[in-house]
Structures are given as structure tokens and as C-alpha cells.
Ligand binder design. Sequence first.
Ligand code: GDP
Length: 597
Amino acid sequence: MALRCPIVSVLGHVDHGKTSLLDKIRKTRVASREAGGITQHIGASEIPIDVIKKVCGNLLQMLKADLTIPGLLVIDTPGHEAFTSLRKRGGALADIAILVVDINEGFKPQTIEAVNILRQCKTPFVVAANKIDLIPGWNSKEGPFVLNFNEKNQHPNALTEFEIRLYENVIKPLNDMGFNADLFTRVEDITKTVCIIPVSAKTGEGVPDLLMMIAGLAQRFLEQNLNLNVEGHAKGTVLEVKEERGLGKTIDAIIYDGIARKGEYLVVGGPDGVVISKIKALLKPKPLDEMRNPRDKFKPVKEVVAAAGVKIAAPNLENVIAGSPLRIVPEDKIELAKEEIMKEIEESTIETDDEGILIKADTLGSLEALANELRKIGVKIKKAEVGEISKKDVIEVASFKQVNPLYGAIVTFNTKILPDAKREIEKYGIKLFEGNIIYKLVEDYEEWLKAELEKMKSDELSKLTKPAVIKLLPGCIFRQKNPAICGVEVIYGTLGVGVPLMRDDGKRLGIVKEIQDKGESVKEVKVGAQVSISIDGNVILGRYIKENDIMYVEIPENEVRKLYHEHINELRGDEQEALYRYMELKQKLENNPFWGR
Ligand code: GDP
């Protein structure tokens, strides 16, 4: 059975060495000419199995498996942005991933995000624990790690330090995220435990071990799935849409299945449906030694076999977007391909809600990932689009905001904000979340939402009448009427200026006009306070209400309901008590056990 090349992606936190490691992998060369070298594709590099076998040599015995894959196709753009953009039906385009972690720094936000994305996509991965050359005392040299990892080559202190960093910075954080993980030499079953391969992108140490483990993992995991579909037409994903001198708009694509032939038709998803275009040329990069003119960077090929990166020149590609699915088929298969693409687009279109926020991203894949993460925390999405943020978008969000202030937000992943859009964002007070770490965006949005909700709640609470039960203090009737002035104690709750007071038989006494605390006029006093108040109304102190009598703050039933159902936890214990007592009293007076409920 023929297997196709597995597609490999490199992920990890910024500065942990993804680019350096990719460069080192791409420079993997073997002494012997006939083994051939690494083939440059568009957007990817192919490492033939012969090269891997030569580089790994005796190491391969560790795998206890035959390698029958033809090689590895490594995507040139590292990072989880590229990984999430490169989707195919049913998940990630990459079959295997390398997670790069600086062994000295350990897990960082983008490392965690990468692991979460890999978990979600169910993509098997190995960890490259990079920069081992920086471990104090480590004697790093090019070649297999296993040959260098012993007491003959390393000082005992360096070995101890290595073990500590490996455990604390790589194994433990992986365990915390629910993965078994260990140094690859100690792993029994690579389908159950994540293999950690110590490497140095600087010296090249561990690169053979890394290649071997990726090849081994690919072989184990993907034997059933890598069936090379030679009969089938080519299936792929758009990596990038690019203007090329002399060619116009072109598509860089990764073909993950089948064969593409020159003269066939390109069927690709666009924002408004499917674009069909006759292919002018399938192009591969020209090897450096054949490149006479630097402008003449590509050479046409007759056919491309999966897995491969290829540039496609064809008319009408202006509206194609990165991350779109594509097919390359002969004329009589166009309709079939069109149906397939429409189905895929339909499946990948993000469902939207009747109301909610706007989300934008640079590619379909990342938009989908962003929407998924936001959905998980219950965010409503009114509109989800690929592309930069325009003035029109902001004005639209301003209208979402009118429906609900919480919908006045835009969450964007890796997109540009046009200058006039920025101005509108300020003008309409739209909340903008931008960045290139999905989980950070989601976290920031969630935090904002929580704060906004709390603010709205406390705004509402401040508009409601606070409950209070007060007592007329003995010997403290200072003036009987017009206005009545007396000393009171707040037994429960909060007494504020402007509230009506009521006797325990329901009779309205008047409105609290002023509160004086130790000679100073105050707006509000709490439980325990002894203050003098003036009451505006028909009350005559000593007649309607006597010393030691109880008075209640009168609250309309609709406000009582709000306090009872929506804000009870924001009230202090004594305020709750005041509310319950008032409700009990009203229930009795009105002979209605449900009053206020
Ligand atoms: P990326 O952001 O993950 O692509 O990281 P880069 O490949 O750009 O590397 C970030 C920095 O770390 C650069 O200055 C590299 O030279 C350095 N670097 C990468 N790998 C290693 C390594 O194995 N050892 C050392 N000492 N430095 C490294």
C-alpha cells in the first residue's frame, strides 16, 4: 500500500526557536549525494525518507518499526496561526505537529494555546525541548542527542540540571494539561505518551532524533489514513493568495490528497460561493542552481502528487481567501467538485445568532477556531467574517450595541484595522479586542463581559429603593410636624434621603427629607446608625408614631421583586433582613403570601 507524505506543522511560543529549528531541519543534508536532498515546495519543504534514514542511521532501531512513508512534508510557516488556518474537511491539515518549547523557559501562553488547539484537532504531536545548549555546563554538539546524553560527554551537574528543567518546564506542565509525557528514550508506547525530544536549533543536537520520532509517530498513527489516493483528483487548502510579477494573482496551496495536472480546472471556495478557473500553470520553486534570473523564481510542472505545496496560476482569483478548500479536476468532474466544495464551505460557515457581537479573522480556519472558543463560553455572535475591519463594520456593531450594550464589541484575530475604522470605534465607544492568541482574546473578552455585567447590575441596584427598618428613639422627638424632626436608629438596612416611610399598619408617614449625622447632612446611613431625620408629610410625631415605634421604608412591589430575585446577593445581610421583614409585613397587610415574590 502506498502511503503519502505526512504533513508536519511547527507550533510554539514566540522566540522559543520555531524558525531556527525549521531552518535547521531544512538544512539537513547527508554526505552522500545519491540520497538526494530536501525538496523545496511552495510553502513547505519535503524531507525524503532516504534523507531521514541516512541522518538517523542506527537510531532507527529504537523505533522498532519499518518506515514506509515516502518522507515528511514540513510546512514552512510556523505558529498556531498557520496551523489553525490550514484546515481541511474534518480538522487540521497537518497530520503531525512539533511543539517547540524552550526547555529553559518552559510553557508560555502560546504554548498552552498550541496544546489546546492540538488537542481540539486531535493532532498527534511531539515536543521539541529546544535550546538545550543553554543548560549550564551542557556540552552540545551536532548529531543525535542519544549519543551525547551520557556521563562520558556531560558533567553530572549538567545532567542533573537537564533533568530538573525537563521535568519542571516540560513534563509537569504537560501533565497538568492532562497528557502523559516523557523523554522519548523512556517512552514505551508513542501512541499513549507524548515524546519529548531535547534539541538545539543552534548546534543541531537532537535534530536526527526529532526527525526519527516524527517519522515514527506518523507511521504509527497514520498508516490507515495516509492512503495515497492516486486515482482521485487533487484536494487542497489555500495557503495564501499572492500577486506575482507576470502571473497576476496566484494561489499558494497545499495539496493533501490526490494528483493535480496541468490544464485541469481549479474549483475553489470564495466569499460568494465557488470560483471555477482553468489552470494556466502549476508552479514549483526553481532550485537555486537553476535560477538564472532572480525574477524567474518558479518552474512549471506537469503534475503534482500529494502531499505537496504548489503555486497555481489561473484567472479570476481576486476574491479567493486564505484557508479556502480547493479541488483540481478535469473538465467533466467540475460539477462534482463544485458540490464537494459547496458542502465543505457550508460546513465551515460559522453559524451566527440573531443578536451578538462581530468577530473577524485573517482566514477561515482561524475564524472557525475563534468562533468555537467564544461559543464555549456562551458568547453570541451576530456576524463572523474573514478580512480587515472597516468603517462599515464598526457602524454595524454600533447598531448591535443599541440592542444590548454588551454587543458593542469586536473580537479580531490577526486582522488589520483600517484607520477610518479606528476613528469610528472611538466615536461609538465600541470595545475592541485584537490579538493573535485566541485563548487570550477569549479571556480578555470574558473579563470585560463580567465587569460590564457587574457594572450594569450595580447601576440598576443604585436606582432601586434600599430597604430599611428604623426605630424612633425615646426622648428624641425634636419637632412634632411641618417638618417633623426626630432621632432614629437604623435597626436593619440602609436609610437614604428621599424614601417614603411607613408605619407597621401600612400608613404612609412622609418622605425622609434630610438626614443629619453628628450635625452633618448625609445622603445615606447604614445599620446601627443613630441620626436625626426630618420627615416631609402629614405626620405628627407623638401622635401617629410614638417613641420606640418601628418604621419601614416603603418600596414599590416591582422594586421588591427585582431586589429579591436579581440583587439579593449584592445586599448586605442586614439589608436582606430588612427586605424580608418588609415583605412579610406587606404579605400580611395585603393578605397575599406572594407579595413581592
Ligand atoms: P520563533 O519566534 O519561535 O520562530 O524563534 P526563533 O527561531 O526566531 O528564535 C528566537 C531566538 O532564539 C533567536 O535569537 C534564535 O537565534 C534563538 N535560538 C533559537 N533556537 C536556539 C537554540 O537552540 N539555542 C540558542 N542558544 N538559541 C536559540
